[in-house]
Design a protein around this ligand. Structure first.
Ligand code: GLY
Length: 428
């Protein structure tokens, strides 16, 4: 089989790595890929958002399966276009991907189907949004409706900050189309957990739990990033919590999408907050999360191709998915200056790769002299361990084998999974 993976970050490296183990795949391509992916797949110089370019490549090369990993091409309808040409594609259609591409849609869906989520109001007019600020207390969360490269969520701790965020979105157009509608959402607290679920639109199988780290610096301080690391499993996601989440969140969400004529086939991501009144949905993503995929897929024992094909054929209920019991921790190594501006082309020294860790490339490029940096998040290093403490020790020990000038990373990834105070909740 010839398989094409669309995308070029750490998540796509993890997907390509996992698919490369499938005995039924004879040729793997990745568009555009990156320096590390190039050792497992043939990288083709087509951007993930070049819908026509990818479509033409898939037709010309007679690709048997295209896996669409990032949010933008899903929201642009790449899966629909491929299917329209009679090609097999993994990922939700544009109608289903709206669960991520419009936050207003997802909040209305949750309200209609009584799926627990923070209270909210949506606005298109600046004056209406400002008037609403008179009725609420701070902090509040201001969200742009559309996809905004992970920058569209602002926690406003004061009225001034809220007014600025609303002006940026609704008056100044700083978020483009994505900010033409906004949500003002209740601020809630508690441990965050990411649950990714395979679903064929009817059946679903949740993956092992994980947790992302969005802030740039230790102790969750500093600016937001695309994700500085992840661990799996979350100690908070006990069997009791999992049962509650499946019954009250995962199952009703998948049924709601089917009832709305938007059956979701692919990976549905639930960004949850475990509050004292029960788990609530902060966000849905219509795809594998990043960097969560870099800790979840190393724990997957089953052939990913078999799962993807079962989803496309609506036969997920015939699949038995096995997981490695070990814990996984991924630490992202970032360029100097990230998440602000940073240089590209800095040489990367990889002293040794070993079989204890996975080195997933995110922003790298291969040159004749070796790898160089090509993005803000450069590499994700993942280690497995018999328990979380073991995985944390192993990942930090192995970081010593990688170096590039200005490299920075968080020193506390996984540590909140080692010493935890368990939350008790009483669902309302
Ligand atoms: N880790 C969150 C995301 O993939 O958007």
């Amino acid at each position: 089989m010839k398989v094409l993976v669309v995308g070029g970050g750490g998540r796509e490296h993890a997907i390509v790595w996992k698919l490369s183990q499938s005995p039924r795949i004879s040729k793997l391509y990745c568009a555009p890929g990156n320096g590390g992916i190039a050792s497992l797949a043939q990288c083709v110089d087509i951007e993930a958002t070049d819908i026509e370019g990818i479509l033409n490549f898939a037709i010309e090369q007679e690709i048997d399966l295209t896996v669409v990993a990032p949010d933008d091409p899903l929201a642009m309808g790449l899966v629909d276009k491929l299917q329209g040409k009679g090609l097999r594609a993994f990922g939700p259609t544009q109608k289903a991907a709206i669960i991520e591409s419009s936050k207003v849609f997802s909040k209305e869906l949750m309200k209609k189907y009584r799926i627990p989520t923070p209270e909210y109001q949506s606005f298109q007019k600046y004056d209406d949004a400002i008037a609403f600020l008179d009725k609420i207390s701070f902090p509040v969360v201001i969200k742009a409706d559309g996809l905004a490269l992970g920058k569209g969520v602002i926690i406003a701790t004061s009225r001034e900050e809220a007014e600025k965020a609303l002006a940026d979105m609704l008056l100044e157009n700083k978020f483009g189309e994505a900010g033409k509608r906004v949500l003002i959402e209740e601020f809630i607290t508690g441990p965050e957990v990411s649950i990714l679920a395979f679903t064929d639109g009817e059946s679903y199988i949740p993956m092992v739990s994980s947790q992302d780290h969005k802030r740039a610096y230790d102790k969750d301080e500093g600016p937001n990033t695309g994700g500085m690391g992840a661990f799996s499993p979350s100690p908070h996601y006990t069997p009791e919590v999992a049962e509650y989440v499946e019954k009250n969140i995962i199952e009703p969400s998948i049924q709601a999408m089917a009832e709305e004529g938007r059956a979701f086939q692919g990976v549905l991501y639930f960004g949850l907050m475990l509050t004292s009144s029960g788990p609530k949905v902060l966000e849905y993503n219509a795809r594998f999360g990043d960097p969560e995929t870099q800790v979840v897929l190393p724990r997957l024992k089953t052939d990913l191709l078999e799962i993807m094909e079962a989803i496309i054929d609506k036969k997920l209920d015939e699949i038995d998915i096995q997981w490695d019991e070990r814990a996984a921790v991924c630490v992202v190594l970032a360029s100097e200056g990230y998440p602000g501006s940073y240089e590209k082309g800095v040489p990367i020294e990889i002293k040794e790769e070993n079989d204890q860790t996975f080195l997933f490339h995110a922003g790298t490029r291969k040159t004749e002299q070796g790898y160089v940096t090509n993005g803000g998040r450069v590499l994700g290093i993942t280690a497995l361990g018999n328990d979380m403490e073991d995985a944390v020790e192993s990942v930090y020990h192995n970081i010593e084998s990688v170096y590039f000038e200005g490299m920075h990373y968080r020193k506390d990834i996984g540590k909140k999974a080692v010493a935890v105070e368990m939350l008790k909740f009483t669902p309302k």
